[in-house]
Design a protein around this ligand. Structure first.
Ligand SMILES: [Zn+2]
Length: 271
């Protein structure tokens, strides 16, 4: 069956005068709605936009259908392809065009705790500045995972949660406003964080049984420590010392990612 190509539905709302240098993306995953609500709350309050900004409703079609994605995970579909049979690969190509050379905040929602935290991939000055613009205490460097939007257009993802909660929307709105203040789009007090950085280097495989997690994100796991207890007795033990991140996210084949905590951000970032 021939699928219709093209026809990507992506709502872009521009505010403020001039050409935007700043963009806010939401609903990269159609079932993560906190960013959308936060953007709507902000726009409904009719703030005075001092500088131009664009708000990009990324996967409108998946949102309308109440799904994470239509054909392929958008955040694994970059750089994308305009003629692809995958709706998300076509969307990715359009997003890359839309976000070219902009400073981007991409708002996601997660079931993992604790949240919020930032995700980034590029060790360049603009990206680090964007991480600090979120004013968050923790940032995960995730160049390890291919196909993410931030691998291609730069920018920073933030994860708010727990998914579907009021807190997620409140956190998204705080981060969004501070990001816009820090970039001179909204009036307010500039506040930039010096976050702890966790660099992802590997994944933890998911055992076939339903595991009960015994580790906490951002807390060091020692070699030999129990990672998870398994349904039929027995347990999964760690083969090395690592810091778990994104454990508890419902990935199909992994429990989460292994990271190392970087002692000095600048040493890694500006080398
Ligand atoms: Zn997401």
């Amino acid at each position: 069956m021939e699928r219709s190509r093209g026809g990507v539905r992506m709502k872009v709302t521009k505010k403020g005068k001039g050409d935007p240098e700043i963009a806010v993306v939401y609903c990269t995953h159609g079932d993560e709605t906190a960013g959308k609500k936060a953007v709507e709350d902000l726009l409904n309050s009719s703030p005075d936009f001092k500088k131009a900004v664009k708000f990009v409703f990324a996967n409108q079609k998946a949102y309308k259908e109440g799904k994470r994605f239509i054909d392929t995970d958008l955040n694994r579909s970059f750089p994308g392809e305009v003629e692809s049979p995958s709706y998300e690969e076509r969307t990715a190509a359009k997003l890359v065009e839309e976000l070219k050379d902009l400073k981007v905040l991409d708002i996601h929602e997660t079931e993992v705790s604790p949240s919020p935290f930032a995700l980034f991939t590029w060790f360049d000055e603009k990206t680090v500045e964007t991480v600090r613009d979120t004013n968050l205490d923790r940032a995960v460097e995730i160049s390890y995972t291919p196909g993410c939007g931030i691998n291609i257009y730069g920018g920073v993802e933030v994860e708010v949660g727990p998914k579907g909660s009021e807190k997620a929307v409140e956190d998204a709105l705080i981060i969004l406003k501070q990001f816009l203040v820090n970039n001179g789009v909204l009036e307010g007090e500039v506040q930039r964080s010096e976050p702890e950085i966790y660099s992802v280097y590997s994944t933890q495989n998911r055992p076939t049984e339903n595991p009960e997690l015994k580790v906490e994100n951002f807390e060091t796991v020692e070699e030999g420590e129990c990672i998870a207890e398994l349904e039929v007795g027995g347990a999964l033990f760690s083969e090395e010392r690592f810091v778990p991140v994104l454990f508890g996210q419902s990935y199909p084949d992994i429990l989460g990612f292994k990271s190392v905590r970087l002692e000095k951000v600048e040493e890694r970032i500006y080398q």
